[in-house]
Design a protein around this ligand. Structure first.
Ligand SMILES: NC(=O)c1ccc[n+]([C@@H]2O[C@H](COP(=O)([O-])OP(=O)(O)OC[C@H]3O[C@@H](n4cnc5c(N)ncnc54)[C@H](OP(=O)(O)O)[C@@H]3O)[C@@H](O)[C@H]2O)c1
Length: 223
C-alpha cells in the first residue's frame, strides 16, 4: 500500500472523484480541496491556498479540474476565455511551480495533468477548450524535461467521452447516443476506467513513462 500524498483538484466530482476513490483504495493519502478552499478561477484563491499549504509534503499533483465553455471561434468572449485559461492552464502551472520543487528535493514525484482528446483533435465550439488543453500538454512535456533529472515524472491523460456531468452538460441525450455509435467500443468511458490509467501513471510502477499525453478514448481518435 502506498503512503504517498496526493494533491488533486476537482477531486470531489466526476473523473476526479473516481481517481480519488481509486487512489484511496490503494492506500494513498489524498488532499482534495473543495472549491471553497481552492477556487481555481481566482488567482488570489490559488495564491492564498499555496501560501497556506506550502509545506504540504505533496508527492503527487493531479491537475484534474477543468471547464469547457462551448463557443464558436467568433463567439469566444473575454470572460469565458479568461476563465478557461485560468482554470485549465494557469492554475495547473501555479500548482506545478508550488509543489514540483518539494518533489525534486525529495527525489521522487509524479504530476498528472488531465487533458482531453480535444487537445489533439477538435470539434466545433471547442476552440478555447482545445487551445487551453493543448497548452497543458505542452506544460506536461516541458515539466517532464525540467523535472525528470530529479525523479519527477509528468504525464497528461487525455480522455475521450466520459460519462460525467460535464459531458451531459455539453451534449444532449440524443447527441450522446450518436457519439456512442461512433466510438469503436460503442459506449462512453466510465470515470473508473480513467482512474485506473491515472493510478498507474502516478504510481511507483510507472518508472519510465514521462512527458506523454496518454489517450484513453475507446479508439475514437484512431478513425
Ligand atoms: N467528462 C469528459 O468526458 C471529459 C473528457 C475529457 C477530458 N475531461 C477533463 O477531465 C477533467 C474533469 O472533468 P469531469 O468531466 O470530471 O468534470 P466535472 O464532472 O464537471 O467536474 C469538474 C471538477 O472540476 C472542479 N472545478 C471546476 N471549476 C473549478 C474551480 N473554479 N475551482 C475549483 N474546482 C473547480 C469541479 O468542482 P465543483 O465540484 O466545486 O464544481 C469538479 O470537481 C477536466 O479537466 C476535463 O476537461 C473530461
Amino acid at each position: 500500500m502506498s503512503k504517498r500524498t496526493v494533491l488533486i483538484t476537482g477531486g470531489v466530482r466526476g473523473i476526479g472523484a473516481a481517481i480519488t476513490k481509486t487512489l484511496l483504495a490503494k492506500g494513498f493519502k489524498i488532499v482534495a480541496p473543495t472549491r471553497a478552499e481552492l477556487d481555481l478561477s481566482l488567482p488570489s484563491s490559488v495564491e492564498a491556498y499555496i501560501a497556506a499549504n506550502r509545506e504540504l509534503p505533496i508527492d503527487i499533483l493531479i491537475n484534474n479540474a477543468g471547464i469547457n465553455v462551448l463557443r464558436s471561434i467568433v463567439e469566444i468572449d473575454e470572460n469565458s476565455w479568461q476563465s478557461m485559461l485560468q482554470i485549465n492552464l494557469n492554475a495547473a502551472l501555479r500548482l506545478t511551480q508550488a509543489y514540483a520543487p518539494g518533489m525534486q528535493s525529495r527525489g521522487w514525484g509524479r504530476i498528472l495533468n488531465i487533458s482531453t482528446i480535444f487537445s489533439l483533435v477538435t470539434k466545433e465550439r471547442r476552440a478555447a477548450y482545445s487551445m487551453t488543453k493543448a497548452a497543458l500538454n505542452a506544460l506536461t512535456r516541458s515539466s517532464a524535461v525540467e523535472f525528470g533529472p530529479s525523479g519527477v515524472l509528468v504525464n497528461a491523460l487525455a480522455p475521450g467521452y466520459v460519462d460525467t456531468a460535464l459531458t451531459h452538460q455539453n451534449n444532449s441525450p440524443e447527441a450522446i447516443a450518436a457519439i456512442s455509435a461512433t466510438i469503436p467500443l460503442r459506449r462512453l468511458a466510465d470515470a473508473e476506467e480513467l482512474a485506473r490509467a491515472a493510478a498507474f501513471l502516478v504510481s511507483e510502477e510507472n518508472t519510465y513513462l514521462t512527458g506523454q499525453t496518454i489517450v484513453v478514448d475507446g479508439g475514437f481518435t484512431c478513425q
